[in-house]
Design a protein around this ligand. Sequence first.
Ligand SMILES: Cc1ncc(COP(=O)(O)O)c(C=O)c1O
Length: 477
Amino acid sequence: MSVMQEISSNVKNMKQLEYSLLAKWTKQIKEELRQGVKKPYKDVIDVSWGDPHRAGVKPLTFVRQVLAACLYPQLMDSDKLPVDVRQRAQRLLGKCAGGSVGSYTETPGIPNIVQRVSEFITRRDGGVPSNPKNIYISPGSQWALVNILNVLVNPEVSPRTGVLAPVPCHATTILSIMRQGAAVIPYYLSEEHGWALQVEELHRALELAKGVCSPVALYVINPGNPSGLVQSKKSMQDVIQFVSEKRLFLLADEVYQDCVFGENTKFVSYKRVLAEMGPPLSETVELASFHSASKGFMGECGLRGGYVELVNLDPAVMKCIYSLFSSDTCAPVLGQIALDLMTHPPQQGDPSYPLYHQEREQIRATVSQNVKKACEVLNSLPGFSCQPVEGGAFAFPRVYLPPKAVQKAKEEGMQPDTFYCIRLLEEAGVLTSPGYEYGQKEGTYHIRFCIMTHQEVMDELLRRLSNFHPKFMKDFS
Ligand SMILES: Cc1ncc(COP(=O)(O)O)c(C=O)c1O
Protein backbone atom coordinates (compact mmCIF):
# COMPACT_ATOMS: atom_id res chain seq x y z
CA MET A 1 0.00 0.00 0.00
CA SER A 2 1.40 3.46 -0.86
CA VAL A 3 1.98 5.99 1.90
CA MET A 4 -0.83 8.09 0.43
CA GLN A 5 -3.31 5.22 0.44
CA GLU A 6 -2.18 4.32 3.92
CA ILE A 7 -2.83 7.84 5.22
CA SER A 8 -6.25 7.88 3.57
CA SER A 9 -7.33 4.55 4.95
CA ASN A 10 -5.91 5.44 8.35
CA VAL A 11 -8.13 8.50 8.44
CA LYS A 12 -11.19 6.56 7.36
CA ASN A 13 -10.56 3.83 9.94
CA MET A 14 -9.72 6.42 12.54
CA LYS A 15 -13.08 8.11 12.13
CA GLN A 16 -14.83 4.81 12.70
CA LEU A 17 -12.71 4.11 15.74
CA GLU A 18 -13.05 7.57 17.15
CA TYR A 19 -16.79 7.63 16.99
CA SER A 20 -17.58 4.00 17.57
CA LEU A 21 -15.10 3.29 20.33
CA LEU A 22 -14.03 6.35 22.33
CA ALA A 23 -17.37 8.14 22.03
CA LYS A 24 -19.29 4.98 22.88
CA TRP A 25 -17.13 4.30 25.91
CA THR A 26 -17.42 7.90 27.08
CA LYS A 27 -21.19 7.81 26.83
CA GLN A 28 -21.35 4.56 28.72
CA ILE A 29 -18.99 5.71 31.47
CA LYS A 30 -20.91 8.96 31.91
CA GLU A 31 -24.14 7.01 32.17
CA GLU A 32 -22.63 4.66 34.76
CA LEU A 33 -21.36 7.60 36.80
CA ARG A 34 -24.84 9.12 36.64
CA GLN A 35 -26.30 5.87 37.99
CA GLY A 36 -23.83 5.94 40.87
CA VAL A 37 -21.52 3.13 39.71
CA LYS A 38 -18.32 3.38 41.76
CA LYS A 39 -15.22 4.41 39.80
CA PRO A 40 -11.88 5.89 40.82
CA TYR A 41 -13.07 9.27 39.46
CA LYS A 42 -16.24 11.33 39.72
CA ASP A 43 -16.34 12.75 36.20
CA VAL A 44 -14.85 12.43 32.73
CA ILE A 45 -12.36 15.12 31.73
CA ASP A 46 -12.93 15.63 28.01
CA VAL A 47 -9.90 17.27 26.41
CA SER A 48 -10.22 15.50 23.09
CA TRP A 49 -11.55 18.51 21.17
CA GLY A 50 -9.93 21.81 20.19
CA ASP A 51 -12.86 23.59 21.74
CA PRO A 52 -11.94 25.93 24.62
CA HIS A 53 -15.50 26.42 25.90
CA ARG A 54 -16.12 22.65 25.97
CA ALA A 55 -12.90 22.34 27.98
CA GLY A 56 -14.21 24.87 30.51
CA VAL A 57 -12.87 28.24 29.30
CA LYS A 58 -15.46 30.97 29.92
CA PRO A 59 -16.60 33.21 27.05
CA LEU A 60 -15.25 36.79 27.09
CA THR A 61 -17.83 39.09 28.71
CA PHE A 62 -17.45 41.86 26.11
CA VAL A 63 -18.09 39.42 23.26
CA ARG A 64 -21.20 37.95 24.86
CA GLN A 65 -22.57 41.36 25.86
CA VAL A 66 -22.36 42.71 22.31
CA LEU A 67 -23.84 39.52 20.88
CA ALA A 68 -26.68 39.63 23.43
CA ALA A 69 -27.48 43.25 22.60
CA CYS A 70 -27.43 42.48 18.87
CA LEU A 71 -29.83 39.60 19.38
CA TYR A 72 -32.11 41.50 21.74
CA PRO A 73 -31.71 45.23 21.06
CA GLN A 74 -34.01 46.17 23.96
CA LEU A 75 -31.01 45.45 26.19
CA MET A 76 -29.52 48.66 24.89
CA ASP A 77 -32.26 50.67 26.59
CA SER A 78 -30.95 49.81 30.03
CA ASP A 79 -27.69 50.96 31.55
CA LYS A 80 -26.79 47.39 32.53
CA LEU A 81 -24.42 47.18 29.58
CA PRO A 82 -21.31 49.37 29.33
CA VAL A 83 -21.68 52.25 26.94
CA ASP A 84 -19.08 50.96 24.45
CA VAL A 85 -20.94 47.64 24.28
CA ARG A 86 -24.16 49.46 23.46
CA GLN A 87 -22.42 51.64 20.89
CA ARG A 88 -20.78 48.65 19.26
CA ALA A 89 -24.05 46.72 19.08
CA GLN A 90 -25.85 49.78 17.69
CA ARG A 91 -23.18 50.24 15.05
CA LEU A 92 -23.22 46.58 14.04
CA LEU A 93 -27.01 46.43 13.84
CA GLY A 94 -26.84 49.53 11.66
CA LYS A 95 -24.80 47.46 9.18
CA CYS A 96 -27.34 44.60 9.10
CA ALA A 97 -30.17 44.71 6.57
CA GLY A 98 -33.33 45.81 8.37
CA GLY A 99 -31.23 46.45 11.47
CA SER A 100 -31.50 42.76 12.40
CA VAL A 101 -29.05 39.88 12.81
CA GLY A 102 -31.80 37.72 11.34
CA SER A 103 -31.30 39.01 7.80
CA TYR A 104 -29.11 37.64 5.00
CA THR A 105 -25.90 39.48 4.18
CA GLU A 106 -23.78 39.87 1.04
CA THR A 107 -21.96 36.65 0.07
CA PRO A 108 -18.46 37.73 1.21
CA GLY A 109 -19.96 39.09 4.46
CA ILE A 110 -21.30 42.41 5.79
CA PRO A 111 -19.16 44.93 3.81
CA ASN A 112 -18.28 46.96 6.89
CA ILE A 113 -17.09 43.87 8.77
CA VAL A 114 -15.10 42.67 5.75
CA GLN A 115 -13.50 46.14 5.67
CA ARG A 116 -12.64 45.91 9.37
CA VAL A 117 -11.17 42.42 8.94
CA SER A 118 -8.94 43.82 6.21
CA GLU A 119 -7.88 46.71 8.50
CA PHE A 120 -6.97 44.14 11.15
CA ILE A 121 -4.86 42.18 8.66
CA THR A 122 -3.01 45.33 7.57
CA ARG A 123 -2.31 46.22 11.20
CA ARG A 124 -1.24 42.67 12.06
CA ASP A 125 1.12 42.56 9.07
CA GLY A 126 2.89 45.81 9.87
CA GLY A 127 1.22 47.79 7.09
CA VAL A 128 1.22 45.23 4.26
CA PRO A 129 -1.97 46.28 2.47
CA SER A 130 -5.02 44.06 2.48
CA ASN A 131 -7.85 44.51 -0.01
CA PRO A 132 -11.37 43.80 1.30
CA LYS A 133 -12.24 42.46 -2.16
CA ASN A 134 -9.93 39.51 -1.45
CA ILE A 135 -11.64 38.52 1.78
CA TYR A 136 -14.52 36.10 2.21
CA ILE A 137 -16.21 35.54 5.54
CA SER A 138 -17.44 31.97 5.89
CA PRO A 139 -19.31 29.70 8.32
CA GLY A 140 -16.02 28.73 10.00
CA SER A 141 -12.62 28.59 8.34
CA GLN A 142 -12.94 24.90 7.44
CA TRP A 143 -15.88 25.72 5.17
CA ALA A 144 -13.72 28.27 3.35
CA LEU A 145 -10.90 25.75 3.00
CA VAL A 146 -13.26 23.18 1.50
CA ASN A 147 -14.42 25.70 -1.08
CA ILE A 148 -10.90 26.72 -2.04
CA LEU A 149 -10.02 23.02 -2.38
CA ASN A 150 -13.07 22.68 -4.57
CA VAL A 151 -11.54 25.21 -6.98
CA LEU A 152 -8.10 23.57 -6.89
CA VAL A 153 -9.10 19.93 -7.21
CA ASN A 154 -10.45 18.40 -10.37
CA PRO A 155 -11.93 15.03 -9.34
CA GLU A 156 -12.11 13.86 -12.95
CA VAL A 157 -8.47 14.10 -14.03
CA SER A 158 -6.02 11.25 -14.14
CA PRO A 159 -3.66 11.09 -12.40
CA ARG A 160 -5.56 12.53 -9.44
CA THR A 161 -4.92 16.00 -8.08
CA GLY A 162 -2.59 15.93 -5.08
CA VAL A 163 -2.37 18.16 -2.01
CA LEU A 164 0.67 18.12 0.28
CA ALA A 165 -0.37 17.98 3.93
CA PRO A 166 1.64 17.64 7.13
CA VAL A 167 1.91 14.57 9.32
CA PRO A 168 0.60 15.01 11.96
CA CYS A 169 -2.31 17.08 10.64
CA HIS A 170 -5.70 18.43 11.69
CA ALA A 171 -7.74 15.34 10.75
CA THR A 172 -10.74 17.21 9.29
CA THR A 173 -8.52 18.76 6.62
CA ILE A 174 -7.31 15.34 5.49
CA LEU A 175 -10.94 14.25 5.18
CA SER A 176 -11.80 17.46 3.29
CA ILE A 177 -8.97 16.87 0.79
CA MET A 178 -10.08 13.29 0.27
CA ARG A 179 -13.73 14.23 -0.11
CA GLN A 180 -12.80 16.55 -2.96
CA GLY A 181 -11.35 13.51 -4.72
CA ALA A 182 -7.71 14.55 -4.26
CA ALA A 183 -4.78 12.47 -3.04
CA VAL A 184 -3.12 13.46 0.22
CA ILE A 185 0.66 13.73 -0.18
CA PRO A 186 2.02 13.41 3.36
CA TYR A 187 5.08 15.33 4.45
CA TYR A 188 6.41 14.52 7.90
CA LEU A 189 7.16 17.17 10.47
CA SER A 190 10.35 16.39 12.34
CA GLU A 191 9.40 15.44 15.89
CA GLU A 192 13.04 15.31 17.05
CA HIS A 193 13.36 18.95 16.00
CA GLY A 194 10.25 20.22 17.80
CA TRP A 195 8.02 19.19 14.87
CA ALA A 196 9.93 21.45 12.48
CA LEU A 197 8.78 21.74 8.88
CA GLN A 198 11.89 20.94 6.85
CA VAL A 199 12.00 21.85 3.19
CA GLU A 200 14.03 18.73 2.29
CA GLU A 201 11.05 16.71 3.48
CA LEU A 202 8.77 18.63 1.12
CA HIS A 203 11.09 17.72 -1.76
CA ARG A 204 11.10 14.08 -0.68
CA ALA A 205 7.31 13.95 -0.44
CA LEU A 206 6.85 15.58 -3.84
CA GLU A 207 9.34 13.21 -5.44
CA LEU A 208 7.41 10.25 -4.04
CA ALA A 209 4.18 11.60 -5.53
CA LYS A 210 5.61 11.59 -9.07
CA GLY A 211 3.50 9.46 -11.35
CA VAL A 212 0.95 8.86 -8.57
CA CYS A 213 -0.86 12.19 -8.59
CA SER A 214 -0.58 15.71 -9.89
CA PRO A 215 0.30 18.04 -6.97
CA VAL A 216 -1.41 21.45 -6.99
CA ALA A 217 -1.21 22.77 -3.44
CA LEU A 218 0.67 22.71 -0.16
CA TYR A 219 -1.28 22.92 3.10
CA VAL A 220 0.48 24.25 6.21
CA ILE A 221 -0.84 24.79 9.74
CA ASN A 222 0.90 27.53 11.67
CA PRO A 223 0.78 27.49 14.69
CA GLY A 224 0.35 23.75 14.39
CA ASN A 225 -2.44 21.40 15.28
CA PRO A 226 -1.59 19.00 16.82
CA SER A 227 2.16 19.70 16.66
CA GLY A 228 2.26 22.96 18.68
CA LEU A 229 4.96 24.22 16.32
CA VAL A 230 5.23 27.94 15.54
CA GLN A 231 7.17 28.27 12.31
CA SER A 232 10.22 30.50 12.10
CA LYS A 233 10.41 33.17 9.42
CA LYS A 234 13.25 31.29 7.77
CA SER A 235 11.18 28.13 7.54
CA MET A 236 8.30 30.11 6.04
CA GLN A 237 10.60 31.69 3.46
CA ASP A 238 11.80 28.19 2.50
CA VAL A 239 8.20 27.07 2.10
CA ILE A 240 7.40 30.08 -0.08
CA GLN A 241 10.45 29.44 -2.29
CA PHE A 242 9.40 25.81 -2.56
CA VAL A 243 5.80 26.50 -3.63
CA SER A 244 7.00 29.07 -6.12
CA GLU A 245 9.55 26.70 -7.64
CA LYS A 246 7.05 23.84 -7.82
CA ARG A 247 4.16 26.06 -8.90
CA LEU A 248 1.95 25.08 -5.97
CA PHE A 249 -0.88 27.01 -4.36
CA LEU A 250 -0.16 27.76 -0.69
CA LEU A 251 -2.97 27.03 1.78
CA ALA A 252 -1.97 28.64 5.11
CA ASP A 253 -4.17 27.58 8.01
CA GLU A 254 -3.45 30.29 10.57
CA VAL A 255 -6.42 29.84 12.89
CA TYR A 256 -4.20 29.57 15.98
CA GLN A 257 -2.35 32.82 15.30
CA ASP A 258 -3.45 34.27 18.64
CA CYS A 259 -2.32 31.19 20.57
CA VAL A 260 1.44 31.55 20.97
CA PHE A 261 3.06 30.56 24.26
CA GLY A 262 6.77 30.09 23.61
CA GLU A 263 8.83 32.75 25.40
CA ASN A 264 10.73 33.92 22.34
CA THR A 265 8.12 32.87 19.84
CA LYS A 266 6.10 35.17 17.66
CA PHE A 267 3.46 34.51 15.04
CA VAL A 268 4.16 36.03 11.63
CA SER A 269 1.66 35.52 8.83
CA TYR A 270 2.54 33.93 5.51
CA LYS A 271 1.10 36.99 3.81
CA ARG A 272 3.58 39.24 5.59
CA VAL A 273 6.58 37.00 4.93
CA LEU A 274 5.57 36.75 1.28
CA ALA A 275 5.21 40.53 0.98
CA GLU A 276 8.59 41.06 2.62
CA MET A 277 10.27 38.68 0.18
CA GLY A 278 9.38 41.16 -2.56
CA PRO A 279 8.85 40.63 -6.30
CA PRO A 280 8.63 38.39 -8.18
CA LEU A 281 7.49 36.06 -5.33
CA SER A 282 5.21 38.61 -3.66
CA GLU A 283 3.40 39.12 -6.96
CA THR A 284 3.15 35.54 -8.12
CA VAL A 285 2.76 33.06 -5.25
CA GLU A 286 -0.93 32.23 -4.84
CA LEU A 287 -1.92 32.14 -1.22
CA ALA A 288 -5.07 31.54 0.82
CA SER A 289 -4.79 32.41 4.50
CA PHE A 290 -7.46 31.22 6.95
CA HIS A 291 -8.44 32.59 10.32
CA SER A 292 -11.35 32.00 12.68
CA ALA A 293 -13.33 33.21 15.68
CA SER A 294 -13.31 29.57 16.86
CA LYS A 295 -9.77 29.67 18.18
CA GLY A 296 -7.68 32.05 20.20
CA PHE A 297 -8.96 33.57 23.41
CA MET A 298 -12.52 34.01 22.18
CA GLY A 299 -12.94 30.33 21.35
CA GLU A 300 -16.39 30.90 19.85
CA CYS A 301 -16.40 27.65 17.82
CA GLY A 302 -20.18 27.32 17.77
CA LEU A 303 -20.82 30.72 16.22
CA ARG A 304 -19.16 29.58 12.98
CA GLY A 305 -17.26 32.68 11.93
CA GLY A 306 -14.11 32.36 9.83
CA TYR A 307 -12.55 34.06 6.86
CA VAL A 308 -10.10 33.52 4.05
CA GLU A 309 -7.88 36.15 2.47
CA LEU A 310 -6.78 35.40 -1.07
CA VAL A 311 -3.53 36.74 -2.50
CA ASN A 312 -2.37 36.87 -6.15
CA LEU A 313 -5.34 34.98 -7.58
CA ASP A 314 -6.40 35.37 -11.18
CA PRO A 315 -9.62 37.46 -11.51
CA ALA A 316 -11.32 34.56 -13.32
CA VAL A 317 -10.58 32.28 -10.35
CA MET A 318 -11.88 34.97 -7.96
CA LYS A 319 -15.17 34.94 -9.89
CA CYS A 320 -15.38 31.19 -9.54
CA ILE A 321 -14.73 31.49 -5.80
CA TYR A 322 -17.49 34.07 -5.51
CA SER A 323 -19.98 31.71 -7.08
CA LEU A 324 -18.90 28.81 -4.83
CA PHE A 325 -19.24 30.94 -1.71
CA SER A 326 -22.63 32.21 -2.82
CA SER A 327 -23.94 28.62 -2.80
CA ASP A 328 -24.65 29.15 0.90
CA THR A 329 -25.81 32.80 0.58
CA CYS A 330 -23.78 34.05 3.56
CA ALA A 331 -22.05 33.11 6.80
CA PRO A 332 -24.12 33.27 10.04
CA VAL A 333 -24.42 36.91 11.11
CA LEU A 334 -23.44 36.19 14.71
CA GLY A 335 -20.26 34.55 13.43
CA GLN A 336 -19.55 37.65 11.35
CA ILE A 337 -20.11 39.84 14.38
CA ALA A 338 -17.71 37.63 16.36
CA LEU A 339 -15.07 38.38 13.73
CA ASP A 340 -15.68 42.11 14.11
CA LEU A 341 -15.14 41.77 17.86
CA MET A 342 -12.08 39.55 17.46
CA THR A 343 -10.42 41.94 15.01
CA HIS A 344 -11.44 45.09 16.95
CA PRO A 345 -11.39 44.32 20.67
CA PRO A 346 -11.89 47.09 23.27
CA GLN A 347 -9.00 49.53 23.50
CA GLN A 348 -7.44 51.19 26.51
CA GLY A 349 -9.78 53.95 27.69
CA ASP A 350 -12.95 52.08 26.64
CA PRO A 351 -15.26 51.20 29.56
CA SER A 352 -15.05 47.47 28.68
CA TYR A 353 -11.29 47.42 28.40
CA PRO A 354 -10.29 46.63 32.01
CA LEU A 355 -12.52 43.53 32.26
CA TYR A 356 -11.72 42.43 28.72
CA HIS A 357 -8.00 42.78 29.37
CA GLN A 358 -8.24 40.97 32.70
CA GLU A 359 -10.19 38.02 31.24
CA ARG A 360 -7.92 37.72 28.25
CA GLU A 361 -4.74 37.87 30.30
CA GLN A 362 -6.13 35.35 32.72
CA ILE A 363 -6.78 32.87 29.91
CA ARG A 364 -3.34 33.56 28.45
CA ALA A 365 -1.62 33.07 31.82
CA THR A 366 -3.59 29.90 32.57
CA VAL A 367 -2.83 28.35 29.19
CA SER A 368 0.86 29.25 29.46
CA GLN A 369 0.94 27.65 32.90
CA ASN A 370 -0.91 24.59 31.59
CA VAL A 371 1.59 24.18 28.76
CA LYS A 372 4.53 24.44 31.13
CA LYS A 373 3.08 21.99 33.65
CA ALA A 374 1.93 19.52 30.99
CA CYS A 375 5.38 19.41 29.35
CA GLU A 376 7.13 19.07 32.72
CA VAL A 377 4.88 16.26 33.93
CA LEU A 378 4.88 14.39 30.62
CA ASN A 379 8.65 14.56 30.27
CA SER A 380 9.07 13.31 33.83
CA LEU A 381 7.03 10.15 33.15
CA PRO A 382 9.08 7.22 31.85
CA GLY A 383 7.69 6.26 28.44
CA PHE A 384 6.53 9.76 27.48
CA SER A 385 8.27 12.57 25.65
CA CYS A 386 6.72 15.90 24.78
CA GLN A 387 8.21 18.46 22.39
CA PRO A 388 7.91 22.10 23.44
CA VAL A 389 4.41 23.44 22.82
CA GLU A 390 5.02 26.89 21.33
CA GLY A 391 1.52 27.55 20.12
CA GLY A 392 -1.84 26.11 19.12
CA ALA A 393 -4.21 24.47 21.56
CA PHE A 394 -2.75 21.02 22.11
CA ALA A 395 -0.08 18.90 23.67
CA PHE A 396 0.90 15.99 21.42
CA PRO A 397 3.30 13.85 23.43
CA ARG A 398 4.84 10.65 22.17
CA VAL A 399 4.12 7.57 24.22
CA TYR A 400 6.53 4.67 23.96
CA LEU A 401 4.17 1.73 24.27
CA PRO A 402 5.61 -1.60 25.43
CA PRO A 403 5.48 -4.42 22.80
CA LYS A 404 2.96 -6.31 24.94
CA ALA A 405 0.56 -3.35 24.83
CA VAL A 406 0.99 -3.12 21.05
CA GLN A 407 0.31 -6.85 20.78
CA LYS A 408 -2.77 -6.62 23.01
CA ALA A 409 -4.13 -3.74 20.92
CA LYS A 410 -3.66 -5.79 17.75
CA GLU A 411 -5.52 -8.70 19.32
CA GLU A 412 -8.37 -6.35 20.14
CA GLY A 413 -8.35 -5.04 16.55
CA MET A 414 -7.41 -1.46 17.34
CA GLN A 415 -4.50 0.92 16.96
CA PRO A 416 -2.06 0.86 19.90
CA ASP A 417 -2.62 4.50 20.82
CA THR A 418 -6.38 4.08 20.59
CA PHE A 419 -5.96 1.19 23.02
CA TYR A 420 -3.97 3.46 25.34
CA CYS A 421 -6.63 6.20 25.13
CA ILE A 422 -9.40 3.72 25.92
CA ARG A 423 -7.55 2.44 28.99
CA LEU A 424 -6.86 6.01 30.10
CA LEU A 425 -10.54 6.78 29.70
CA GLU A 426 -11.75 3.66 31.50
CA GLU A 427 -9.30 3.71 34.36
CA ALA A 428 -8.72 7.42 34.89
CA GLY A 429 -11.73 9.13 33.29
CA VAL A 430 -9.63 11.22 30.90
CA LEU A 431 -10.74 11.49 27.28
CA THR A 432 -7.85 12.28 24.90
CA SER A 433 -7.51 11.36 21.24
CA PRO A 434 -5.06 8.92 19.67
CA GLY A 435 -2.17 10.14 17.52
CA TYR A 436 -3.31 7.69 14.85
CA GLU A 437 -6.11 10.13 14.08
CA TYR A 438 -3.63 12.81 12.94
CA GLY A 439 -1.07 10.63 11.19
CA GLN A 440 2.31 9.74 12.69
CA LYS A 441 5.52 8.01 11.68
CA GLU A 442 5.07 4.25 11.57
CA GLY A 443 5.91 2.61 14.88
CA THR A 444 5.41 5.82 16.88
CA TYR A 445 2.41 6.50 19.09
CA HIS A 446 1.00 9.71 20.51
CA ILE A 447 -1.96 11.15 22.35
CA ARG A 448 -3.43 14.62 21.86
CA PHE A 449 -5.14 16.76 24.44
CA CYS A 450 -6.37 20.33 24.56
CA ILE A 451 -4.36 22.62 26.82
CA MET A 452 -6.95 25.42 26.83
CA THR A 453 -8.64 24.41 30.09
CA HIS A 454 -8.96 25.70 33.64
CA GLN A 455 -5.85 25.29 35.72
CA GLU A 456 -7.67 22.94 38.12
CA VAL A 457 -8.81 20.77 35.22
CA MET A 458 -5.26 20.56 33.88
CA ASP A 459 -3.89 19.76 37.36
CA GLU A 460 -6.45 17.01 37.82
CA LEU A 461 -5.82 15.65 34.31
CA LEU A 462 -2.07 15.49 34.92
CA ARG A 463 -2.61 13.91 38.32
CA ARG A 464 -4.81 11.19 36.83
CA LEU A 465 -2.41 10.61 33.94
CA SER A 466 0.57 10.38 36.30
CA ASN A 467 -1.22 7.71 38.34
CA PHE A 468 -2.50 5.78 35.37
CA HIS A 469 0.58 5.73 33.15
CA PRO A 470 3.11 3.86 35.35
CA LYS A 471 0.47 1.28 36.12
CA PHE A 472 -0.29 0.80 32.42
CA MET A 473 3.43 0.44 31.62
CA LYS A 474 3.86 -2.10 34.43
CA ASP A 475 0.82 -4.11 33.34
CA PHE A 476 2.33 -4.55 29.90
CA SER A 477 6.03 -4.78 30.76
C1 LIG B 1 -5.93 23.75 12.12
C2 LIG B 1 -7.40 23.96 12.14
N1 LIG B 1 -8.00 24.58 11.11
C3 LIG B 1 -9.32 24.79 11.08
C4 LIG B 1 -10.13 24.40 12.12
C5 LIG B 1 -11.60 24.64 12.04
O1 LIG B 1 -11.91 25.91 12.43
P1 LIG B 1 -13.35 26.54 12.19
O2 LIG B 1 -14.14 26.31 13.42
O3 LIG B 1 -13.07 27.98 11.91
O4 LIG B 1 -13.96 25.86 11.00
C6 LIG B 1 -9.57 23.74 13.21
C7 LIG B 1 -10.41 23.27 14.32
O5 LIG B 1 -10.01 22.62 15.23
C8 LIG B 1 -8.17 23.52 13.22
O6 LIG B 1 -7.57 22.91 14.26
